[in-house]
Design a protein around this ligand. Structure first.
Ligand SMILES: Cc1ncc(CNC=O)c(N)n1
Length: 305
């Protein structure tokens, strides 16, 4: 993985009615289908069932149905006993889109912090730009609170999100202090870079009232998780993060922020489990867009295109 992260980012196209991937997207792994839209395995089992039916008498079929039902029951009981749960939707997606996720959480900018080779001008650029981003992030989080209040089936969701909002209040103060420490001028002088503007515009599109809570909370989790995973990596044993950057890494890499991200992930997973196929697809595409924007944001901070 080198600085050419953009080269392998997928292009996603989002429209309100229909979610599509552009044809050259490299991250959608489609199952091969036959003419009637079934996978070869589906078709195989259909053919097998048909021959089977010809061979068996009605009595035998009935017997088989009953024993299958019994088997399912046993499996359910077993699950209850062992407490082993199925994998959540988000973990499935993170496996499916692993390359992009690693691109966002182990970007050369982050690797540069963790091995101490970071160009300090890049770090200062990131600091000024991220302050602008976080200011735009506040109304986005407010829009997620609004959606949680209107749509959520669990009242504790709002408290988790409100906790995140409160942390942003401290964060804006932290940016001011940190900028002073590095001699970076905030707000008036700073011009948002293209990648930052694009990301803020994307956030704004998610604030729209017709974006479902499930989609918005998935994006919210992803935005927070990328920073958590990235900066926690810079604090891990064996890293050579310069001492003057440790405070920044602590901000998002600390354990408490990690737990907060897990709470957001649990909310998103719970919603995704209940969502319609269409809503789930929209959330998946939105996750990919977040990861792409994060990669671009790191590229911008390094002084790339
Ligand atoms: C570009 C970007 N992505 C995620 C975060 C983390 N969330 C809030 O601080 C951030 N500060 N900046």
């Amino acid at each position: 993985m080198q600085s050419s992260c953009i080269a392998w980012s997928p292009r996603v196209v989002i429209s309100r009615e229909k979610v599509q991937w552009a044809p050259h997207s490299s991250f959608l792994i489609l199952e091969p289908t036959t003419q009637n839209g079934q996978t070869p395995l589906d078709e195989l089992s259909l053919i097998q069932n048909r021959t089977e039916q010809n061979r068996q008498s009605a009595e035998e079929e009935d017997y088989e149905q009953k024993s299958m039902e019994k088997e399912e029951e046993e499996k359910e009981k077993e699950k209850g006993k062992t407490g082993v749960e199925d994998e959540g939707v988000i973990d499935t997606w993170l496996r499916k889109h692993r390359l992009l996720y690693v691109g966002a959480t182990r970007h050369p900018f982050i690797l540069g912090i963790s091995d101490g080779t970071i160009d300090i001008f890049g770090f200062k650029r990131w600091l000024g730009q991220d302050y602008i981003f976080v200011r735009a992030f506040v109304p986005f989080v407010a829009s997620v609170i609004l959606k949680a209040w209107k749509e959520s089936d669990d009242s504790s969701d709002m408290e988790v999100i409100l906790g995140g909002m409160a942390a942003l209040n401290d964060e804006l103060e932290w940016f001011k202090k940190e900028a002073f420490k590095w001699g970076v001028k905030l707000s008036e002088i700073i011009v948002p870079q293209k990648q930052n503007k694009d990301y803020c515009r994307f956030l704004e599109s998610l604030m729209n009232l017709d974006v479902e809570y499930t989609v918005a909370i998935t994006a919210f989790w992803a935005i927070e998780a990328v920073y958590q995973e990235s900066f926690a990596f810079c604090l891990a044993a064996g890293s050579r993060t310069p001492p003057e950057l440790k405070d920044t890494c602590q901000r998002w890499g600390n354990e408490e922020f990690g737990k907060y991200c897990s709470s957001l992930k649990n909310i998103a997973d719970r919603r995704l489990k209940k969502a319609s196929d269409d809503e789930r697809k929209k959330a998946e595409v939105t996750l990919l867009s977040v990861l792409e924007h994060e990669v671009e944001f790191w590229n911008m901070s390094r002084g790339g295109t």
